[in-house]
Design a protein around this ligand. Structure first.
Ligand SMILES: Cc1ncc(COP(=O)(O)O)c(C=O)c1O
Length: 390
């Protein structure tokens, strides 16, 4: 089954007026997603926020079932979050870590996650051990397993980094985590929506992501998954009247499902929209999306490599829809501005937000383009002409 490109582009109005190669930043939502958000906001305007949420209870429940189908888990293992950072911090904050406990992570760990490690190291004396990448730029799983000791209490890695196009061997890491009984937290922020994810084969205890990137959901939305067995062991660092029930003056009971990691108040319209976005992706098929994104990114890399003075920065067996490159003598921000003037959206990966990765590879700021399945080969050709034109 192939993707009907004309139809998905027709569902994406901005495809007519620009080339959107910033899907790793925020992709373009299909019409059904923005319609669902607007419809709910209109209902709130007409009947009131609480009343609108009650009226939308089926659509809100759909959020959990859509993610359960996408990740191959139970709906009770899914929670809504306002973004991936919050989802990740909520889970990280629930892991019981004491002075001297060790966290294993990778060189591509997302900057905010790494800052949280540093913060906990400062406050509680946990030890962070960064497992190096192989020369191909992927996490070295042999070195990871060699680093496992009794004091390792958490393995936390990023599946698809935001600053490079590699895909880390998340399922192999899962096997190591399972073998040694270590909690495993996977940041799937850039992989959700572009790569088929199955938590049973990934072997992770916890997984987090955002709505606005490859899932094509609204901004201000995110999600988390927590395996039932981990859920029974992990308590959120803080609670409210949604995550817990006040059962007597000095007693409360935590919710039994993953929603113990949610807040009561949330972006209701966005939550409905994200559920719609996940169903839209499922209808197209994650395997089809993954194949199309990888093929477009391959064409893009090959085309860029034919241009003089252009260097593409990722090579390897399995690459994502994210392509990083630099043009000799042209600062990344200048090229991004040039492209923007031609209605081509791209982004810049900043070296100071990627100190364990770009700095170790001797790289400064890079241009980042990220394709989605609704992009086309002709957009890639026009993009390369624009780069060459500079
Ligand atoms: C790998 C990765 N993890 C986490 C995040 C944070 O996502 P959010 O902005 O939704 O908190 C990002 C955002 O760029 C990301 O690329």
């Amino acid at each position: 089954m192939t993707i009907d490109i004309a139809s998905v582009r027709a569902d994406t109005p901005a495809c007519d007026s620009l080339i959107h190669f910033n899907n790793a930043g925020a992709s373009l939502s299909p019409r059904c997603v923005t319609d669902a958000v607007f419809d709910h906001l209109r209902l709130e305007q007409q009947i009131g926020g609480y009343e609108a949420a009650n009226a939308a209870s089926t659509a809100l429940e759909n959020f959990y079932h859509a993610f359960a189908r996408m990740l191959h888990c139970e709906a009770s293992e899914i929670a809504f979050a306002e973004n991936a950072t919050h989802a990740w911090n909520n889970l990280f904050g629930a892991v019981p870590l004491a002075q001297g406990d060790r966290i294993l992570t990778g060189q591509s760990e997302y900057a905010s996650n790494y800052l949280s490690f540093l913060h906990l190291a400062k406050r509680r004396g946990v030890i962070i051990e960064v497992i190096p990448n192989t020369p191909e730029g992927v996490l070295d799983v042999d070195k990871l397993e060699a680093a496992v000791r009794d004091d390792v209490k958490l393995i936390a890695i990023t599946h698809v980094p935001s600053q490079s196009g590699v895909v880390h061997p998340a399922a192999e890491v899962g096997k190591i985590a399972r073998r040694h009984g270590i909690l495993y937290l996977l940041d799937a922020c850039q992989s959700a929506g572009q790569i088929e994810l199955d938590v049973r084969t990934l072997g992770c205890d916890m997984l987090t992501g955002t709505g606005r990137k490859y899932l094509r959901g609204p901004r201000g939305t995110g999600f988390l998954y927590i395996r039932r067995q981990a859920l029974e062991r992990l308590e959120p660092a803080w609670v409210d009247l949604h995550s817990a029930q006040w059962i007597a003056e000095n007693e409360y009971r935590l919710r039994a499902d993953a929603r113990r990691f949610e807040n009561w108040e949330c972006f209701v319209a966005g939550k409905i929209g994200l559920g719609v976005a996940v169903n839209y992706a499922l209808k197209i098929g994650l395997a089809q999306i993954e194949a199309r994104v990888a093929a477009l990114a391959r064409t893009l890399r090959q085309s860029l490599e034919t241009l003089p003075e252009v260097r593409v920065h990722e090579h390897g067996q399995r690459l994502s829809g994210i392509v990083t490159f630099s043009v000799q003598g042209v600062p990344a921000a200048q090229l991004q501005a040039h492209l923007q003037r031609l209605s081509i959206n791209s982004s810049v990966t900043r070296a100071d937000n990627s100190q364990l990765d770009l700095a170790h590879r001797g790289l400064g700021d890079l241009n980042r383009v990220s394709v989605h399945y609704y992009n086309t080969e002709s957009e890639i050709a026009r993009f390369c002409e624009a780069v060459a034109g500079l």
